[in-house]
Design a protein around this ligand. Structure first.
Ligand SMILES: [Zn+2]
Ligand SMILES: [Zn+2]
Length: 135
């Protein structure tokens, strides 16, 4: 992935940039990602929090995963675009919704989560899947 990578929400109030290769590039088909995005999935990259610079304020919605653990879904309060996800078990990490990249052309998922709730018409060739959460 070419970095620094830049991106932001639909209205531009929230902007970010990061350097360094993401530690993870993934697609999530879970029902909560579908509901939050109004779409079939989330495209996610995971990065050390220290690698990401953020401008603008996000609103945090505290969601819960199937394990009951909190999932902080952060979105722009003006346009509603989901931009970041944080989890308390990985406080030094931040997950960015890769659909908000200015240039999404070099996003390359290495794994897909929650294939159990995947849309039938989505087929990602060569991307290993797990039926639920990672691990
Ligand atoms: Zn916005
Ligand atoms: Zn998900």
């Amino acid at each position: 992935m070419t970095t620094p990578k830049t991106g932001g929400c639909l209205c531009g109030a929230v902007r970010y940039s990061f350097t360094g290769e993401p530690l993870m590039q993934a697609v999530c088909h879970c029902k909560n990602c579908q509901r939050q995005s109004g779409s079939g999935w989330s495209m996610l990259v995971g990065l050390p929090k220290a690698a990401v610079e953020i401008e603008g304020e996000v609103t945090t919605y505290t969601d819960h995963g199937t394990s009951g653990d909190e999932v902080y879904r952060q979105f722009c309060p003006t346009c509603g675009s989901p931009v970041f996800t944080r989890v308390p078990s990985q406080p030094d990490m931040i997950f960015i919704k890769a659909g908000t990249f200015d240039d999404t052309s070099d996003f390359a998922p290495q794994i897909q989560f929650w294939t159990a709730s995947k849309q039938d018409w989505i087929e990602l060739e060569g991307v290993p899947g797990v039926p639920g959460n990672p691990g």
